[in-house]
Design a protein around this ligand. Structure first.
Ligand SMILES: Nc1ncnc2c1ncn2[C@@H]1O[C@H](COP(=O)(O)OP(=O)(O)O)[C@@H](O)[C@H]1O
Ligand SMILES: [Mg+2]
Length: 259
């Protein structure tokens, strides 16, 4: 199983949109088995796959809190044959606090111990814009990190801190953790965007070639329809871009596995 963390310290950069759409293509087109892990107490990825409930006590929070958790209880089927999900809700807030005070068991490896041996081709983790214990858990379990970037005047906010954190997890827990690069989302062909991209390139931050175009109407409609954009509106710009992005990602993954 290849585990991918979608992460950024900024909100609204399309982490969830990327996770939700990245899960769909390998499952629907390439017949791969995909597990989505919602690691955000807002539960937006769970909502996108219609598996969100404030009353749900079988969420990712249990993985943080309970030793030897039976994963069959917390993994939910979605409306899509090859996509399952571990949902999140506000329970995750308390689970993070509970984990910090529970020093009797290693705090950073709880996701890994419970989930790493599951039988999926891909596990995609959607994260909250923060650095907390469940995010460290996500990184400890991950093979790949993708950082969505929305170019505005605060584009680079937190990027350095995040890269430091990734390096720290690599050093302490997971030498296989690989920072694939930044993915430009909500791209518009204007001066601000193009200057921002130039600035990122100068900082030698790895960037995916494929950008995701801003396609306001369809993205918001797909959220209301509770469907991945790539299913809801195959022909819209962002959907096509997400499909191409997944191909670029898979080709990179394939090339690395052959080295
Ligand atoms: N390519 C896009 N074009 C237009 N709107 C987008 C696009 N990607 C995301 N959005 C919108 O931007 C907002 C933030 O996206 P979201 O995925 O929830 O970000 P995050 O998870 O990083 O907070 C949402 O309202 C979403 O519908
Ligand atoms: Mg989100």
């Amino acid at each position: 199983m290849i585990t991918i963390s979608i992460i950024s310290l900024k909100g609204g950069v399309a982490k969830t949109t990327t996770a939700v759409n990245m899960a769909y293509t390998p499952a629907a087109v390439h017949n791969k088995k995909v597990l989505i892990v919602d690691n955000d107490k807002q539960g937006n990825a769970s909502k996108a796959y219609k598996r969100y409930s404030t009353e749900d006590r079988n969420t990712i929070a249990r993985v943080m809190l309970e030793k030897n958790i039976n994963t069959a209880v917390i993994i939910k089927e979605t409306d899509y044959k090859n996509i399952n999900i571990i949902a999140a809700n506000m329970d995750l807030l308390e689970a993070n606090l509970g984990t910090i005070v529970d020093t009797g068991r290693q705090q950073q490896t709880r996701f890994k111990k419970a989930l790493a041996a599951l039988d999926y081709d891909y596990c995609i983790i959607d994260n909250v814009p923060d650095i907390n214990m469940s995010i460290i858990n996500a990184l400890v379990m991950s093979d790949d990190v993708i950082v969505p970037v929305f170019i505005d005047q605060y584009s680079f906010y937190g990027l350095e801190i995040l890269l430091d954190q990734i390096a720290q997890v690599q050093e302490d827990f997971n030498e296989n953790l690989f920072f694939d690069g930044c993915l430009i989302t909500q791209y518009q062909n204007n001066e601000v965007n193009n200057q921002g991209i130039e600035q990122l390139s100068k900082q030698r931050v790895p960037l995916f070639n494929q950008r995701i175009r801003r396609t306001e109407k369809k993205v918001s409609e797909s959220t209301f329809a509770k469907k991945p954009l790539v299913e809801y509106s195959v022909r819209c710009g962002a959907a096509q871009d997400y499909k191409k992005f997944v191909i670029e990602y898979l080709e990179g993954e394939d090339a690395r596995s052959k080295v």
